[in-house]
Ligand binder design. Structure first.
Ligand code: SF4
Ligand code: FES
Length: 239
């Protein structure tokens, strides 16, 4: 079977306008979209720029806008698209470096803002025990699977309309730390996420959850953060 592949091309340093190039690619069994992109670069146009590393859905570097939604190219089987026509574009809401490679700096700048590392309480006795069956622990556990691929960021209409909005991945990480009883910076993080570019920008559209390759629901984390922000305002937050 032959695939009809349209690929977004743009070099901001030399091109006035983006364009689409089209390629005819022979499909093989279990072909992933990343195989398609590599095939184009190997056999049709070596100048095609894109990013990938692990090829097993772990590094998060191959997120692209494939047939109208952000997906990991390495984990998207061509057969799952249900069509032989494939359009591949860079992840939305991020500056284009070249072709399919975007600059992740704005994404990680926001990630950095919420201090994405544990700041341990000084008075805890080691080892600190977090029971696996505690309610909060369960919510945190599956959210720790985030691979910072930026798919949620690319799908978020609030990021698209407000470039200062922290976005789903940073807020999910903030929740994981705020809900962790070992963390000493809970209030500090709540102050960051309750600001105008924080949780209240989320309009609960679930676009982030729809595209997350790790089945994380950032909206759930954001709702948990909103609840804690309200409790803090009412003086009821114990953290
Ligand atoms: S929450 Fe999901 S979509 Fe967003 S960066 Fe993490 S793994 Fe990617
Ligand atoms: S190449 Fe690492 S997630 Fe796709």
């Amino acid at each position: 079977m032959t695939l009809n592949v349209k690929v977004f091309r743009f070099n901001p340093e030399t091109d006035k306008m983006p364009r689409f190039d089209t390629f005819k690619i022979e499909e093989f069994p279990n072909m992933a979209v990343l195989d398609v992109v590599m095939n184009i670069q190997n056999y049709h146009d070596p100048t095609l720029a894109y990013r990938c590393s692990c090829r097993i859905g772990m590094c998060g570097s191959c997120a692209m806008y494939i047939n109208g939604r952000p997906r990991l190219a390495c984990r998207t089987q061509v057969s799952s698209l249900g069509t032989k026509d494939i359009t591949i574009m860079p992840l939305p809401n991020l500056p284009i470096i070249r072709d399919l490679a975007v600059d992740m700096e704005p994404f990680f700048e926001k990630y950095k803002k919420i201090k994405p590392y544990l700041i341990p309480k000084q008075d805890l006795k080691e080892p600190v025990i977090c029971k696996p069956d505690s309610g909060e622990r369960e919510l945190i556990d599956y959210m720790l699977e985030c691979i910072t691929c930026g798919a949620c960021y690319g799908a978020c209409t609030m990021v698209a309309t407000d470039p200062h909005y922290l976005g789903p991945a940073a807020l999910t990480r903030a929740y994981c730390l705020i809900a962790d009883k070992r963390d000493a910076a809970t209030r500090e993080r709540l102050v960051i996420v309750e600001q105008s570019e924080g949780v209240w920008r989320c309009h609960t559209q679930f676009n982030c959850a729809e595209v997350c390759p790790k089945k994380i629901v950032p909206t759930q984390a954001i709702q948990q953060l909103k609840k804690r922000c309200v409790f803090k305002r009412l003086g009821l937050f114990r953290g």
